[in-house]
Design a protein around this ligand. Structure first.
Ligand SMILES: C[S@@+](CC[C@H](N)C(=O)[O-])C[C@H]1O[C@@H](n2cnc3c(N)ncnc32)[C@H](O)[C@@H]1O
Length: 315
């Protein structure tokens, strides 16, 4: 992946006030932003944690970290920015002696600058090579799935990660159109295969692009592995906050919080508890928080956001 600085597009932090409240940010507190990107949430957290607060910000994308470094420079040593995968959040914090912490934030998905980039290939609206990797790691780019995977692998991916019922038709059309080099070629192949739904606002390739991005970045596995590791960093009374943007992610968070808020996780039909599991989290939001109409009006990207938060209980 070539890292180039595209013309800056400002990413507006989603559910900002709700996030600060859910994290219960306080002066002197220590926080981890697992998806720091350009530092929108991180800047507000550091302001609210001043004086004496500190933050470790992680992102897989070096280009995003360059923006964060610039935006957060006024906080000096109170910030450490780390290029890495958030599934390693525990190792990243422990190496820096940054435990326990008062709060961990995940603001999942991708940022406005990634979406607008002419080199990253996240959007069907912007002509770009089919990459879609968040960072320059060793993983396969989207072009592998589009041009080399079997038709059934591709259909399975679009079904599982895009929840698109037309997955087989789309996969067949992609395979017949090979080789596909760019986002717009892919979007056109999908549109020609399934057409536009009358009255539908969304492009017919939206779910295919989502599915490819999730597969390329192993987003669901990373989240499922990261949650318990982030949980393990929390001191008693500290908060874990996750903002997700589609139902597959939200389900993982919801199920994790539900399980860790129960004293017993034995199958319901089992008469006696044998699991020995104890609750170590308490949800602090009733269900998921969603953006107000006013926020969606100024930042349409926020419309699918769901925020869930939980507090670490004493053992
Ligand atoms: C929605 S943006 C975060 C925006 C940020 N909260 C702000 O307000 O500026 C999501 C970021 O998460 C990063 N990301 C996604 N998955 C990641 C992972 N597994 N490890 C590290 N960073 C990841 C992306 O590169 C992107 O920069």
């Amino acid at each position: 992946m070539t890292i180039t600085m595209d013309a800056p597009v400002r990413h507006e932090p989603v559910l900002l006030h709700e996030t600060l409240a859910a994290l219960a940010v306080r002066p002197g507190g220590r926080y981890v932003d697992c998806t720091v990107d350009g530092g929108g949430h991180a800047e507000a957290i550091l302001d609210a944690a001043s004086p004496g607060g500190a933050l470790v910000g992680i992102d897989a994308d070096p280009e995003a970290l360059a923006l964060a470094r610039h935006r957060l420079s006024r906080f000096g040593d109170a910030v450490a920015l780390v290029e890495g995968n958030f599934r390693d959040v525990d190792a990243i914090c422990r190496e820096r002696g940054f435990t326990p912490v008062n709060g961990v934030l995940f603001d999942l998905g991708l940022s406005s600058h990634q979406l607008a980039s002419a080199t990253r290939g996240f959007s069907f609206r912007v002509e770009a090579p089919l990459d879609m990797r968040f960072g320059p790691g060793p993983g396969r780019a989207a072009s592998y799935w589009v041009n080399e995977a079997s038709e059934s692998e591709l259909a399975d991916l679009i079904w599982r990660f895009g929840e698109d019922r037309r997955s087989r038709r789309i996969a067949r059309a992609i395979v017949r159109s090979r080789p596909l080099a760019t986002t717009t070629q892919l979007a056109k192949a999908v549109e020609q295969a399934v057409g536009r739904r009358p009255g539908s606002q969304s492009h017919p390739a939206t779910k295919t692009f989502q599915a490819l991005r999730i597969a390329v970045n192993q987003e669901l596995t990373n989240l499922a592995e990261a949650l318990p590791r982030a949980h393990g960093l929390l001191g008693f009374g500290s908060r874990l906050v996750v903002i997700s943007y589609h139902s597959l992610e939200d389900r993982i968070v919801k199920q994790y919080f539900a399980r860790e808020s129960r004293d017993c996780v034995c199958p319901p039909a089992q008469p006696v508890c044998t699991c020995g599991h104890t609750a170590t989290l308490r949800p602090v939001t009733r269900g998921a928080l969603t953006p107000s109409e006013a926020e969606v009006a100024v930042n349409p990207r926020s419309r699918s956001a769901k925020l869930r938060a939980a507090e670490r209980l004493a053992a």
